[in-house]
Ligand binder design. Structure first.
Ligand code: FAD
Length: 499
């Protein structure tokens, strides 16, 4: 049975962090939003280690920071890595200066089922019409633009909803992203497989770093160790996809075997039982997560979160990119819907969204390639294959497409051959910054002396400042000449030229 179409300003597909963020930020400007989510929350998701920009930036802008703080998630001050030339573990702290008390220099390790439900409930409170247990099946479009979606409700009936904008925030399993920019481009470099599960406890690093994510490189890849609660630890191994068949045959056995081959993590969980509470009683597998799109919007439709792109789990960038991209999309939607646009027409607003989103993705992409390059192990197939010198021509071209010219406004300025040099330089800068860590004088965080690292965290820092102080500390500069900047509340675009 088909019901008559309902009318909204915006329809959001998916209620994860990306969908909850974009819908809330649009509803905050008074627009009518429908959010369709196929599951009933709480639902399981991987991606438990957050960055400060999400917690203090996006959550504060959406008015949900205090609730997240009260939820009792494990405080994460940074990361501890057994990675690189240094045989001993090294720490990375979110504090720009280790001596100064900075109220935003931490994030959380979250049970995603609870964190995502908090964000989605917040969207509902802000007026978003949230329909759980409902699935979007079709995108309605004509030659000019996307106009709405068809979705099925819990009763199995099909409905139509129409809106000025459809946002695809339906994650890596999106079936509708092809309506924008065609197929995904998969990265060769990050073509790995992860197998992950949970322990009912496990050793903790000494305080105050007991909430840090711990990542250990080992012969076959690397392992994450994330303390979620005193009695719950998330442990996942990332290895070459050549292992896929063995892992898929028996994920639990493969997971155990990989943990056993990583000295540090094996010691942390020695004698600790595997978790038996749902949803943590299963060992799960994910692969082929690293991809992007040639376009992130078209008239009437925009992609954000994993529906648009994802790099790699190693530096916990997924939820940051998802919520940051969602905020950028909301700014563009709010600016166009405000109708006061003047010079801020649809093209200009959404090109700004796309340029900033690709820029941020490109920064993390470059950083993570160099992060892998940092680790040397001549005997290991995994680590030998993840050297910058092995990055293929198509990968370099794709990288150029991502970052090329975005800062200069001219894509011809960076060629694939230069991209290789650039990645090598980034890797050696990172290596040097990490090498200086033990000599740190306690006043400066030597990691932030590397321009590469500073740049990666720059947009996150602006978001944090916006959350804490109501706006960036310095006048925000447009990303490129003639570009737009965020309004004071962070929810729309302004033209710095017309100030
Ligand atoms: P999701 O969280 O996937 O939400 C999408 C929602 O859309 C889902 O709830 C789904 O049910 C719904 N949906 C799908 N299709 C439909 C439909 N047709 N109709 C209605 N609803 C639909 N990120 C981090 O920040 N930290 C980490 O430590 C981290 N570790 C990771 C480890 C691995 C192995 C992998 C693969 C990823 C990791 N990530 C991590 C990335 C993180 O999981 C994602 O980036 C993040 O969940 C993206 O959020 P999202 O809102 O875009 O998508």
């Amino acid at each position: 049975e088909r019901k008559p179409a309902e009318e909204y300003d915006v329809i959001v597909v998916g209620g994860g962090p990306a969908g909850a963020t974009v819908s809330a930020a649009v509803a905050m400007r008074g627009h009518r939003v429908l959010l369709v989510e196929q599951h009933r929350f709480p639902r399981y998701q991987i991606g438990e280690s957050l960055l400060p920009s999400t917690v203090h930036g996006v959550c504060r802008i959406l008015g949900v920071e205090d609730e997240v703080a009260r939820a009792g998630f494990k405080l994460k001050r940074g990361g501890t890595f057994r990675w690189g030339r240094n045989r001993d573990p090294w720490q990375f702290s979110f504090a720009l200066s280790p001596r100064l008390a900075d109220p935003t220099s931490f994030a959380y390790q979250v049970e995603r089922s609870r964190f995502d439900a908090i964000l989605l409930d917040n969207a509902r409170r802000l007026g978003v019409d949230v329909r759980e247990g409902c699935r979007v099946t079709t995108v309605l479009a004509d030659e000019e633009r996307v106009r709405g979606v068809s979705w099925t409700g819990p009763d199995g009936g099909t409905r139509e909803a129409r809106a000025r904008y459809v946002v695809d925030a339906s994650g890596n399993g999106s079936r509708i992203h092809t309506h924008v920019g065609g197929k995904r481009t998969y990265s060769d470099f990050f073509r790995n497989i992860a197998v992950f599960g949970y322990f009912a406890g496990g050793k903790r690093l000494p305080a105050p770093n007991d909430g840090n994510i711990f990542c250990a490189a080992f012969d076959e890849g690397w392992i994450w160790y994330i303390p979620l609660r005193d009695d719950l630890t998330s442990v996942g191994a990332v290895v070459s996809r050549e292992n896929a068949a063995a892992i898929q045959r028996d994920p639990a056995a493969a997971w155990r075997r990989l943990i056993d081959s990583c000295t540090e993590v094996r010691g942390f969980v020695d004698g600790v039982p595997q978790a038996t509470e749902a949803p943590y009683d299963q060992v799960r597998v994910r692969r082929d997560w690293s991809y992007w799109k040639s376009r992130l919007w078209r008239p009437g439709m925009v992609l954000t979160g994993d529906a648009a792109c994802f790099v790699d789990p190693v530096l916990s960038s997924g939820v940051h990119l998802a919520t940051y991209g969602a905020l950028l999309a909301a700014r563009s939607i709010n600016s166009v819907l405000a109708g006061t646009a003047g010079t801020l027409d649809e093209d200009r607003c959404f090109d700004e969204f796309e340029a900033r989103y690709r820029h941020e993705y490109g920064l993390f992409y470059e950083f993570l390639v160099s992060f892998y390059d940092m680790h040397e192990d001549e005997r290991s197939y995994f680590w030998k294959a993840r050297k910058v010198t092995n990055v293929g021509a198509t990968e370099l071209e794709a990288f150029v497409e991502l970052v090329g010219g975005l800062s200069s406004g001219d894509a011809s300025l960076i060629a694939p051959s230069q991209a290789g040099t650039r990645l090598t330089a980034a890797s050696s800068a990172l290596d040097q910054a990490v090498g200086r860590l033990p000599d740190s004088d306690g006043l400066r965080n030597p990691l932030f002396e590397s321009a590469n690292i500073r740049q990666v965290f720059q947009e996150g820092t602006v978001l944090q400042e916006r959350g804490v102080f109501g706006g960036p500390l310095e006048d925000e500069a447009p990303l490129s000449p003639g570009g737009l900047v965020a309004t004071e509340d962070g929810l729309a675009w302004a033209d710095p030229g017309s100030r």
